[in-house]
Design a protein around this ligand. Structure first.
Ligand code: BGC
Length: 765
């Protein structure tokens, strides 16, 4: 459509109005200033509380579009001035819980619901999923992310993206890439060798992009091998578009870096949240010839292609009334699929009656999700105490009263800035645990039938977790578990520990004490009900770990190359945290793990390391118990597409209905590149199987999925020879194996984003 502008009574110029089929025409009609405006975000047209927007150019029929966080639900302001309606969003399970379901179908169902909220609240893009790899358990944002394994992370993420985008809204897959620590996140240089970069840190993004075609990608704050990711042509054009065929836009993470012009050239299409100085830099650079206008035009075209897909462009009349009740029910019912039963001496499930002594502040102020931009303004959080009461238990009222009073006291101290939990950005800090004396515990053991202890942890954007008093239990928590177990066991009564945490903690030193341990994670707003459903057997847990629980933090190969470890752990308790996770005004001092981080562990992350090096762990990758048992049949495996196709039948041999995730690990033939003992190459999950019922699962992996990266040849290579396919209930519990014979195949690729100096990597094999 072409309209004609009339200025002072005279016809000035022909003005096309944007439509899906006149993008070239609109691009031609844009002034340099308008082009620069379109690639720099702005605040206008935003849904209150949305993190960002793109700017409108009404003259050309270009509307603004709205971008909001992500990833555990939509984050917008729940209330608006002068408006009695509320705009709460469902607090869904965090990313880690989704990955621990090992159920791509379920993830897609949940994010289809989440995407409905995005659509019905007038937002165009959800800034999610977060999918950096769990390189180290102390990363403050691991809860938003999925796994230590790139295949699990990539497949879960692809399902996440498909669910959201089914609603005709987009996602922004983040943070691309190497944003694996929060300390000094905006300046840290992640120094990563080519093989680890390609096999681990980019692989999950590659899978998502190829399989789910996200509308947008968010480039991270940090550098990789000396270049800011936002300004890396290798990353944003070389890998993303030339190698993987990505068609959507790239936006920066939220900050204004001086190198705007480099970012435009690199293929970073949108600067968020946007500043006038960025527009100015672009205009000046085109005018003085340091930026080729063709680069800008390329990005503007991609922006226009994005805009014509959005609900705001299409004039969608959103209702502001998503199905919050229906979504709450989904959250309650699905969270148990991502909760992991770590130990059960037979006391679970419990009959939903009797008196429970419920210990731990997080039982009375439970944690639904993490802090920072990953926090969702949800209508409520169902506490574990409420969930247990609702299920039919009677809670020890003296204990409950004590904790409620203590909770209010600590919260009031915290509000006065007098301690009471570490300061966090958006969302609430976890309140520090309170000591309970042994005499009180003894009398609790007399008057109750069983004990439940809740251990709480939270973290979020802008800071990483600590080894001391965070990864490890605090002295108060240690004594609480010990004393409660001693007193209740003396009285012949059972103890269950529930971990309401966002990231891995140490378990080896205390796990022998309680009778059962449930890793509930931070599973969304229905946390209390989901936990109660599992404890009472209404739900059968079927989550399995998407990461390893090591014996000790220092067993992790990256532990010496991460902030806050060893000596640094004690010296830096103050940290470089805060909003931007910056250095608190200090100059770049070339400090290891702060200004730069060397990924010296190479590909030896998580189970790849522990299994190959034969290092004992507390709970292995892929581990999780059920209230029922499963039998794996003899499998079939045949060579196909240069890879394989496999089947196995899983039978529920126990007494209650349940689901089982089956993990396919592959050991490659020897002789070529050094490889991990085995790697996850496929997985699947049964439907709910009734006792005695069976289901046959089929798995596929093609030649490219089996390939490893040869740095010298700059080539993906699939080795010829005998492959062993292992059907695991966890990475160390292999129930069946079969072999097939593979052919050699290779894919030559460009050398991209190479380290500036060779990285000294550890050797494991
Ligand atoms: C975070 C992003 C988030 C953005 C907008 C940034 O600080 O790193 O994950 O999407 O803020 O809130």
């Amino acid at each position: 459509m072409t309209a004609t502008a009339v200025i002072c009574g005279a016809v000035a110029w022909a003005q096309p109005k944007l439509s899906a089929d006149n993008i070239d025409e609109v691009l031609k009609a844009m002034t340099l200033e308008e082009k620069a405006t379109l690639v720099v975000g702005g605040r206008g047209n935003s849904v209150p509380g949305a993190a960002g927007a793109t700017q409108a150019i009404p003259r050309l029929g270009i509307p603004g579009t709205v971008l909001a966080d992500g990833p555990a639900g939509l984050r917008i302001s729940p209330t608006r001035q002068g408006d009695s309606q509320t705009y709460y969003c469902t607090g869904f399970p965090v990313g880690t819980v989704l990955a621990c379901t090992w159920n791509t179908e379920l993830v897609e169902q949940l994010t289809t619901a989440m995407g409905q909220e995005v659509h019905e609240y007038g937002v165009d893009v959800l800034l999610a999923p977060g999918m950096n790899l769990h390189r180290n358990p102390l990363c403050g944002r691991n809860f938003e992310y999925f796994s230590e394994d790139p295949l699990l992370s990539g497949k879960i993420s692809a399902a996440y993206v498909k669910g959201i985008q089914k609603n005709d809204v987009g996602v922004s897959v983040k943070h691309f890439a190497g944003n694996d620590q929060e300390i000094n996140r905006s300046e840290n240089d992640a120094r990563i060798g080519q093989r680890a970069l390609r096999e681990l840190y980019l692989k999950n993004f590659e899978i998502t992009i190829r399989e789910a075609k996200p509308w947008t990608i968010m480039s991270s704050y940090n550098k990789i091998n000396g270049t800011y990711t936002q300004q890396s042509h290798d990353l944003l054009t070389g890998f993303l578009r030339d190698e993987w065929g990505y068609q959507g836009i790239v936006m920066t993470d939220w900050g204004n870096k001086a190198g705007t012009v480099n970012a435009v050239h690199a293929g970073n299409d949108l600067m968020e949240p946007g500043a006038a100085s960025e527009t100015q830099r672009i205009v000046e650079a085109v005018n003085n010839g340091t930026l080729d206008v063709a680069d800008l035009d390329r990005n503007v075209r991609r922006m226009l292609e994005y805009i014509v897909k959005t609900p705001n462009f299409k004039g969608y009349k959103y209702s502001n009334k998503p199905d919050l009740d229906g979504h709450a029910r989904m959250v309650r019912e699905s969270a148990p699929e991502g909760m992991v039963l770590l130990k059960n001496n037979g006391n679970l499930p419990m009959e939903a009656k009797g008196n429970i002594a419920l210990f731990g502040l997080s039982a009375y102020k439970s944690i639904a999700g993490g802090t920072g931009s990953g926090n969702v303004n949800k209508p409520y959080i169902r506490n574990i105490s409420e969930g247990l009461e609702g299920a039919g238990f009677t809670l020890d009222s003296r204990l409950a009263d004590f904790y409620a009073k203590h909770r209010d006291y600590v919260a009031s101290q915290s509000a006065l800035g007098m301690g009471g939990g570490r300061n966090v950005m958006l969302g609430e800090a976890v309140l520090p645990e309170v000591a309970i004396n042994q005499a009180a515990i003894q009398s609790c053991a007399q008057r109750n039938d069983a004990a439940v202890i809740v251990i709480g942890r939270n973290a979020g954007e802008g800071d990483d977790r600590r080894m001391v008093d965070d990864f490890e239990l605090t002295d108060i928590e240690r004594s609480l578990i010990r004393d409660v177990c001693n007193e209740f066991h003396k009285a012949g009564k059972k103890v269950t520990v529930v971990m309401n945490i966002g990231g891995v903690i140490e378990t080896a030193s205390w796990k022998s004490q309680p009778d059962a341990i449930l890793l509930a994670w931070t599973p969304g707003q229905e946390v209390g009900n989901s936990v109660a459903d599992i404890l009472t057997g209404k739900s059968n847990p079927s989550g399995k770990l998407s990461m390893t629980f090591p014996l000790s933090y220092l067993d992790i190969p990256s532990s010496q190359n991460f902030p806050y470890t060893g000596q640094q752990a004690r010296q830096q308790q103050g940290g470089f945290g805060g909003f931007g996770g910056g250095r608190g005004g200090q100059q770049n001092a070339g400090t290891r793990n702060i200004d730069y981080t060397t990924y010296a562990e190479g590909i030896w992350v998580g189970y790849r390391y522990f299994n190959t090096a034969g290092v004992e762990v507390s709970y292995p990758f892929g581990y999780g118990l059920s209230y029922t048992t499963f039998e794996y049949s003899k499998p079939t495996v045949k060579a196909k597409d240069g890879g394989f196709e496999a089947t196995i039948t899983v039978k529920n041999t126990g007494k209650v209905a349940g689901k089982e995730a089956v993990e396919i690990y592959v050991s490659a033939p020897g002789g070529g590149l050094v490889k991990p003992e085995s790697e996850l190459k496929a997985f699947g999950k049964t439907r709910l199987l009734q006792p005695g019922e069976s289901q046959t699962l089929t798995f596929k992996a093609d030649a490219y999925t089996l390939a490893s990266f040869n740095e010298e040849a700059s080539e993906w290579q699939t080795a010829a020879g005998k492959y062993t396919v292992k059907f695991g209930a966890s990475a160390t519990d292999i129930r069946a194996t079969a072999t097939f014979s593979g052919k050699a195949k290779s894919w030559k690729v460009e050398k991209l984003l190479l380290p500036q100096q060779p990285i000294q990597e550890i050797a494991v094999r």
